[in-house]
Design a protein around this ligand. Structure first.
Ligand SMILES: Nc1ncnc2c1ncn2[C@@H]1O[C@H](COP(=O)(O)OP(=O)(O)OP(=O)(O)O)[C@@H](O)[C@H]1O
Ligand SMILES: [Mg+2]
Length: 395
């Protein structure tokens, strides 16, 4: 069928035509917004899951909903392994809050609280933005003595209180969305926790919606012992078969195309319910289908085979290529356990090395985002299906 009409969009962070199976998370956000607007305090929300499971898409949707309610919203991403982790949060927040606050300054009636919040953002930004790019259009004096100690763990809570208080006076709140949150430094994570903690105690509506790999709750707990009480964690897994089927069926139906039952079952099974894989199978199946009104089992067979080839060449291969030969040996030793997790001592045993000798290679693979530690002494792939790929390239 015509690829121009193809409704499937395998990508990163691109909203799918049908956002299937995430009702619980979406209503948690709606409840947070609704409660906040009625003066109640909630826990901030954290989404965790493997690569391609749909974290960024959900976070974007959270931001959209909060913005629609007139909230002050910033969207930032933790530093990649090429960026400096130190100080990343302050620089990114300065940028991220800038446009949202400018917009509020334009929209809202001038008030002392708003001026104070803008002044606090300005002084918070000063040290990372000496030229003042991210304060352009915020025509207030720097608030001396607010958010300007240079220590993010002291400054962020002050900024959060000032922004949240200004938002509260307008009946809205502040939402900071942090993608790839596990990449923030420990200091930055501690600052985020302190800000949420302080805001909660003062009943000021400042919330964080975070997303990251499954090790994020552990990383947060390391940064602040009370973190697990600040956040409501939601682990995103693959979609249930019925949800995965819906993610494929609905976008096709919107274009007058029906999936045959057996074709749908095959595509769902091949994707394992993983959103990125679903979009990839859907895309190839559509392009391969004879059409024009339905998708047959044969179409889905061809689509699934093409999708698997493309995933091997792109999604998996790109990660494999980024690893050094020594790192690949480590990954191959892990792949024996399938989807895992693997015990680090078992992997060491397989490689005939001591645990300590493998510490550096393990740390490098974690820093590159290829593996993560679900709990002490364990290690797992961040990408679903990686073990199967390794079996295919290193039989
Ligand atoms: N609930 C869903 N239903 C259907 N498709 C989805 C759903 N969630 C995400 N997708 C699709 O899956 C793909 C991956 O989504 P997304 O980029 O949000 O994943 P992610 O978890 O942020 O991955 P990463 O860890 O690599 O950043 C996108 O193409 C998106 O359109
Ligand atoms: Mg993402």
């Amino acid at each position: 069928m015509d690829p121009v009409d193809n409704p499937y969009q395998p990508s990163a962070g691109v909203r799918p035509r049908e956002l299937a199976g995430r009702g619980r998370e979406l209503s948690a956000m709606d409840v947070l917004i609704g409660r906040s607007e009625r003066g109640f305090v909630s826990q901030s929300l954290i989404l965790t899951g493997l690569r391609g499971v749909g974290k960024t898409v959900l976070l974007n949707e959270f931001a959209r909903r909060a913005r629609e309610r007139g909230w002050i919203v910033a969207q930032i991403e933790g530093p990649s392994d090429f960026e400096h982790a130190d100080g990343a949060l302050r620089a990114k927040l300065a940028r991220g809050l800038h446009s949202s606050l400018r917009e509020a300054l334009g929209r809202w009636k001038k008030s002392d609280l708003l001026t104070r919040a803008a002044g606090a953002l300005k002084s918070f930004s000063l040290s990372v933005d000496p030229t003042g790019t991210w304060t352009i259009g915020i025509d207030v004096a720097v608030a001396t003595g607010r958010a300007d100690t240079g220590q993010v763990e002291l400054d962020l809570p002050e900024l959060a209180i000032d922004l949240g208080t200004a938002a509260l006076s307008r009946g809205v709140g502040v939402l900071v969305c942090v993608d790839e949150m596990q990449q923030l430094s420990r200091t930055d994570l501690a600052a985020v926790c302190s800000a949420c903690h302080e805001a909660g105690q003062r009943e000021v509506p400042f919330y964080v919606a975070g997303a990251g790999l499954p090790n994020l709750p552990g990383v947060l707990a390391d940064a602040k012992s009370y973190a697990e009480r600040l956040f409501e964690y939601s682990r995103l897994g693959p979609l249930l078969p019925i949800e995965a089927a819906q993610a494929l069926r609905v976008p096709a139906e919107a274009q007058g195309v029906q999936w045959r039952r057996n074709a749908l079952d095959l595509a769902v099974a091949e994707s394992g319910g993983y959103p990125f894989f679903l979009q990839t199978v859907g895309r190839h199946t559509w392009d391969a289908a004879v059409g024009p009104t339905y998708i047959s089992l044969d179409d889905a067979r061809v689509g699934a085979a093409l999708a698997a080839q493309q995933l091997d060449r792109g999604f998996f291969q790109s990660r494999w290529d980024r690893a050094t030969p020594y790192q690949r040996r480590y990954l191959t030793a892990m792949a024996v356990d399938g989807e895992g997790p693997s015990s680090t001592s078992t992997v060491a045993h397989r490689l005939d090395r001591t645990l300590g000798a493998l510490g550096p290679v393990r740390a490098e693979l974690i820093a590159r985002g290829l593996i993560y530690s679900p709990e002490h002494g364990q290690i797992a792939f961040t990408v679903p299906g990686m073990a199967g790929f390794i079996e295919r390239v290193e039989p």
